[in-house]
Design a binder for this molecule. Structure first.
Ligand code: RAM
Length: 357
């Protein structure tokens, strides 16, 4: 069992309930237009269909050597075990745009029933996923979406708007609503970070943020050393910088490590998306006040259950369909085949040690 699922089961059930009640009902289904490309399995959903024994469930993270991705994979493994499936996780060592293609081809040749992918690029993986689909796999994107035509459903960690708004609220608060900020992102092609960056820029257009200016956006490629170096570069190139926002767990941890050992500690703010286990020491030493995330284990767990439900025919990926995701409870498929895990959580010195991921 995932420890975090046991500890936060009640809270997540409440979140799942919120997702269900706040999502709009009805609307167009994929079956109406049948333009889903690699999209949903043909035919009607049968909510009572049996999940076949021994489903081959494969996870393909952005990259293997990222603790966040490892935790998400562990969640997928947990779900696979609960539905009687066979789990495997494969993936590249670098999160570059085309690095996942050969893995998709191999999984497809091996006859995977479910491919869950955190895409390094929304389009580079599409043709390979289309072939996997033809070979009989269902495709679940999680964490970082593909083009919607190339998968059946997308498991989104939280709405992109909530993720963007939360980060802007945190940085604005930390710099008193005024001054220069910069972004330290993951790879330049990442669907998730690029969506969040765009929405953060849009959020900053609001009057209340008129005193904040974005002076740079740099990319650490979700590599620890490059992210560390990029943080150093930002601080050197922008002497008036008030804060850095890093919407990646790899970037935020590396940036915090640089900042905590530098003269800028306590002078320049730092926030973004981070894992409590990695960030706790930087909250306690005063480098970071607040940051946000969701439970990556729950993200992978939900992706595993969605894949099994698709492979069984319990859902087809159409808006409005619902399915049970084990301990997380019932989820509903929203617009564009999107399933939202729940709102992000903000961590600071009061709660950073209450979580284990
Ligand atoms: C990194 C990855 C991942 C992202 C998190 C917040 O681990 O870029 O895709 O969702 O950060």
């Amino acid at each position: 069992m995932l420890p975090t699922l046991i500890r936060y089961g009640a809270a997540t059930a409440a979140i799942a309930g919120l997702v269900l009640t706040s999502a709009s009902c009805g609307g167009t289904t994929r079956g109406d237009t049948d333009d889903s490309g690699a999209g949903g399995p043909a035919g009607e959903a049968d909510p009572n269909a049996e999940i076949p024994e021994g489903l081959e469930i494969a996870f393909l993270p952005k990259q293997l050597n990222n603790p966040y991705m490892t935790i998400a994979g562990d969640g997928g493994k947990e779900a696979a075990a609960e539905v009687g499936g066979e789990f495997k996780q494969v993936g590249p060592s670098e999160a570059t745009a085309s690095s996942q293609v050969s893995y998709i081809n191999t999984l497809s040749q091996q006859g995977s029933d479910v491919i869950a992918i955190a895409a390094n690029d929304p389009n580079a993986v599409c043709s390979a996923l289309g072939q996997a689909k033809q070979a009989g796999a269902v495709i679940v994107s999680y964490d970082s979406d593909t083009d919607p035509d190339c998968r059946d459903v997308f498991i989104n960690q939280a709405t992109a708007e909530d993720i963007a708004r939360t980060q802007i609220e945190m940085v604005a608060e930390q710099i008193g609503g005024d001054g220069e900020i910069a972004f330290l992102s993951a790879t330049p092609n990442a669907t998730n970070q690029n969506t969040w960056l765009e929405l953060m820029e849009a959020e900053l257009e609001k009057d209340e943020y008129s005193g904040i200016e974005v002076v740079d956006t740099v990319y650490g490629n979700d590599e620890d050393q490059k992210s560390f170096d990029e943080m150093q570069g930002l601080l050197q190139s922008h002497p008036d910088l008030e804060a850095v926002v890093s919407p990646t767990t790899v970037g935020l941890a590396a940036a915090a490590r640089y900042l905590s050992g530098s003269d800028y500690k306590g002078e320049v703010g730092l926030t973004g998306l981070g894992e409590p286990n990695q960030m706790s020491e930087y909250v306690k030493d005063g480098t970071v006040e607040e940051f946000a995330l969701w439970d990556p284990g729950e993200l992978g767990y939900l992706a595993g259950y969605a894949g099994a439900a698709l492979a069984a025919g319990r859902i087809t990926g159409a808006e409005g369909e619902t399915f049970e995701a084990g301990e997380l409870g019932e989820y509903r498929i929203g617009e564009n085949g999107e399933i939202v895990l729940g709102p992000p959580t903000v961590f600071n010195e009061d709660n950073v040690d209450d979580f284990d991921f």
